[in-house]
Design a protein around this ligand. Structure first.
Ligand code: G3P
Length: 217
């Protein structure tokens, strides 16, 4: 399973990348707003840090304009993945951008049929929004499971990128179902390592080690 971080915070991206945890990055207009920077400059810096796909989202809603924006975003770096919304124009742009050899992430997916359409449009990634489905009282993981079954039934190569991940349990469930990628906020990625028994065990080992009076290096 690949780990993407869902942020446009360059400092966080640099730190997680240095830990060797990152396979890619996802951004969106809300995350660019939060970063306080220009989409071109921030995305360029992210692409210089992380080798894997960096999703940058178009903001146009109509095909021709989406394609113009995609051309600008694609020029930022070779590892740009163009993010398009799950609309008819977005799917048309997905197909065209894939034919031109670009990576494409189809975002704002909330149903299995939408995911089926994205796969038929040749999407590199489909982004189902788990947390936002949970927010309306429906189990978001059911959607990941349905998409996994459909993609496996027809051997679609589109990767399932579980997005809107809010908890470490979301990560575990997505991994158990077989999502190809998760994108999560920095804090959630860091929280994956935490276990109280690890902390307690380490504390006990270090206390005993201090009593030996030895040092290794
Ligand atoms: O990048 C899209 C997605 O991960 C957004 O998550 O928490 O705003 O629903 P959230």
């Amino acid at each position: 399973m690949k780990f993407f971080v869902d942020t446009a915070d360059v400092k966080e991206i640099r730190e997680l990348n240095d830990l060797g945890l990152l396979d890619g990055v996802t951004t969106n207009p809300s995350l660019i707003l939060k970063s306080g920077g220009s989409i071109i400059e921030v995305t360029k810096e992210i692409c210089s840090i992380v080798k894997g796909p960096v999703s940058a989202e178009v903001t146009a809603t109509e095909y021709e304009k989406m394609m113009k924006e995609a051309a600008v975003l694609a020029r930022i770096a070779d590892n740009i993945c163009i993010k398009v919304p799950l609309t008819l124009d977005g799917l048309k742009a997905c197909k065209a951008l894939r034919s031109d050899g670009h990576l494409v992430n189809v975002t704002l997916c909330f149903s299995a049929n939408q995911a089926l359409l994205a796969a038929k449009a040749g999407a590199t990634f489909i982004s189902p929004f788990i947390g936002r489905i949970d927010d309306i009282g429906i189990d978001g993981m059911e959607l990941i499971s349905e998409i996994r079954t459909i993609y496996d039934n027809y051997d679609f190569q589109t990767e399932i990128l579980a997005a809107s991940i809010r908890t470490v349990n979301h990560v575990k469930q997505a991994a158990l179902i077989g999502a190809d990628v998760i994108t999560a906020p920095p804090a959630t990625l860091r929280a994956l390592v935490k276990h109280p028994l690890t902390d307690k065990g380490l504390e006990a080992f270090l206390a005993d080690w201090a009593k030996t009076g030895q040092s290794i290096a």
